[in-house]
Design a protein around this ligand. Sequence first.
Ligand SMILES: NC(=O)c1ccc[n+]([C@@H]2O[C@H](COP(=O)([O-])OP(=O)(O)OC[C@H]3O[C@@H](n4cnc5c(N)ncnc54)[C@H](OP(=O)(O)O)[C@@H]3O)[C@@H](O)[C@H]2O)c1
Length: 331
Amino acid sequence: MLNNKTILVTGGTGSFGHHFVSYVLKHYSPKKIIIYSRDEYKQFVMQNEYKEYAHILRFFIGDVRDAERLHRAMKGVDYVIHAAALKQVPACEYNPNEAIKTNINGAMNVIDACLDANVKKVVALSTDKSVNPVNLYGGTKLVSDKLFCAANAYSGNDGPRFSVVRYGNVAGSRGSVIPFFQNLIDQGETVLPITDFRMTRFWISLEQGVELVIKALEDSQGGETFISKIPSFTITDLAKAMKPDCEVKEIGIREGEKLHEVMITAEDAPRTYEYEKNYIIYPYYNWWSDSMVVPGGKKVEEGFEYSSGNNKEFLSVEELAKKLKTDLDKH
Ligand SMILES: NC(=O)c1ccc[n+]([C@@H]2O[C@H](COP(=O)([O-])OP(=O)(O)OC[C@H]3O[C@@H](n4cnc5c(N)ncnc54)[C@H](OP(=O)(O)O)[C@@H]3O)[C@@H](O)[C@H]2O)c1
């Protein structure tokens, strides 16, 4: 579906953007991919990395806070992936206005520009932190998710279809637990701190994140939230996988930290369908009908919750050690 199409990726120089661009260039023949982000240096570096695709890639300097610039960038675009965000929890707590301007006002600007340019489909990246949020990052992403789902009301019959993809911390991404442990191990630490021994997380690679976005582009009809089916692990097992002879010490849960990541709440269950590789939460719209449900799924049971704590699939220490070699985000 991406062959001969023009795709714009906000935040295209970030971890997701890099992987998305590589994936699309490998599997499709797009007409154009527009990278939309602020920092000229990151764009310069990426431009050099993808020199052989100079005829396909376009680098637009722009801020999602700048509605006018977004309007200009959207001209002739078929598909939009909205990945630009402020995403570090402490930075968003300390700079709440900035988090709101980028993650909420930016989302509104992207939606308006997509509507005005009549793009075909828009997929916005979300996070588990937007589910029952306990910090401002999660709060801003919850608002952003709501904005994207609600935007379908303005699309009319043949306007853009907006949907959301939700996933948790990508394995190895900046600021996450793997680089944190690695840094301690590199400094010769033998005791790794764990906030709570019961803590679990989901394991998702960037590749899986990109594949879910492509799935959303293919299957969405407007308002859905797509969630991957992925394994969980305990942080204690992760520590053992990274340094088999390490000791672990419990240091107490941090403010705003969750014991388990939740992707689907019991409140979402009545609108959630399970598929072979993913879940889809369908929207509450009066124009939505069951005939719009993607075939091949099964409605989840009442009270179903998808959390890293109650997941059916857990990675063992050995499996984690293998994944640490193959799955890590290098950007
Ligand atoms: N990484 C994870 O573990 C994870 C997990 C779940 C969800 N997500 C979501 O996935 C998305 C992408 O994350 P990522 O890991 O790729 O983030 P990232 O590596 O930090 O990249 C963020 C991108 O957004 C751009 N950006 C930031 N502020 C901008 C603004 N105001 N206007 C335009 N561009 C802006 C950055 O470039 P400039 O600084 O040059 O503008 C960069 O290209 C985010 O929405 C995030 O919430 C990430």
